[in-house]
Design a protein around this ligand. Structure first.
Ligand SMILES: Cc1cc2nc3c(=O)[nH]c(=O)nc-3n(C[C@H](O)[C@H](O)[C@H](O)COP(=O)(O)O)c2cc1C
Length: 284
């Protein structure tokens, strides 16, 4: 029996304002819906997997689920690289500086893809007039939605997953390894397999500062972030502080200090604009 109220409490550290269990029991949720919602509420990322393979039948089904995601104007401007060759997986893991991904039974790279639509225009004798920032955004969103559909489906089947933005760390080398042509850019990798580690639910920011009713309002932000830092720290303190040599050792090290330190330095995933421009993206 699913307890969505408990799941929401575990996610945020406080009870939802409504007794969702009682209220939803009165409504007409179809059979299986509460279990599906509970699964999403309790999700977490996994980075260590057993050796048990993921069957071709399950892989095929999950990839079909990924392709069932909505896509802007039905243009489906993304591609998914399904890495099977252990040597290639190892080479990608090395480029990403992320050793554990090589051992994932399923390793995918989700890519935005303007090339296919450009070719379709060519095939049908029309110009391709949408190589813009908006096209880039559409392709990135399509790819992200397909990745999220894959994650939710894989987790429903009992697999664990973790996204890997590190595939953007060395873009030209990753593109060469995966034979990515012009018009195709990786947004993230996705490792999946049967979990072989215990992970906690990560507390999320309170809905009061993420969900804005009718109009954006972050008037209460500072106090709510302080509160979030405290409740999250009480549940699971963060481990190592980022760069204490530069920033000092904080007596209290909450989520916001960690986030701010992370954002205080340029990301090691730079070089996206140069990569895109070298790959035929006009970003006009
Ligand atoms: C787009 C994206 C990229 C990510 N890249 C990485 C990554 O490169 N390495 C990693 O260990 N985790 C990565 N993650 C996982 C996040 O760290 C994780 O989702 C976050 O810490 C929250 O934890 P949870 O998923 O268990 O709730 C990524 C997540 C997203 C959505």
């Amino acid at each position: 029996m699913s307890d969505l109220k408990a799941d929401i409490q575990a996610r945020f550290g406080f009870e939802p304002p409504l007794d969702v269990n009682a209220e939803l029991a009165q409504s007409d949720l179809p059979p299986g819906a509460a279990a599906a919602l509970s699964n999403i509420l309790a999700r977490r990322s996994y980075r260590r997997f057993t050796d048990q393979p993921v069957s071709e039948a399950l892989r095929t089904t999950l990839l079909a689920c990924a392709q069932s995601a909505p896509a802007k104007s039905d243009l489906q401007q993304y591609s998914i690289l399904d890495l099977r060759d252990p040597a290639k997986k190892a080479a990608l893991a090395e480029l990403c500086d992320t050793a554990w991904m090589a051992d994932a039974p399923v390793l995918l790279v989700f890519c935005g893809d303007l090339r296919r639509a450009q070719k379709v225009c060519e095939m049908r004798g029309h110009p391709h007039a949408q190589n813009t920032q908006d096209s880039f955004m559409n392709a990135a969103v399509d790819a992200a939605l397909a990745m999220q559909a894959m994650i939710i489906s894989a987790e429903a089947a009992g697999l664990g997953c973790c996204c890997i933005s590190q595939v953007r760390k060395r873009l030209p080398e990753v593109a060469a390894l995966l034979n990515l042509p012009d018009g195709v850019f990786p947004i993230a990798g996705l490792a999946a397999g049967w979990p072989d580690e215990a992970r906690d639910v990560t507390r999320r920011l309170p809905p009061s500062i993420v969900v804005h009713r009718d109009a954006y309002d972050d008037g209460g932000l500072a106090a709510e972030i302080d509160q979030y830092d405290q409740t999250r720290h009480a549940a699971r303190p963060l481990g190592n502080q980022i760069n204490p040599e530069k920033f000092g050792t904080a007596a209290f090290y909450g989520w916001s200090e960690n986030a701010a330190r992370r954002l205080a330095e340029p990301s090691d995933l730079g070089g996206l604009r140069e990569f895109l421009e070298s790959r035929g993206f006009e970003l006009a």
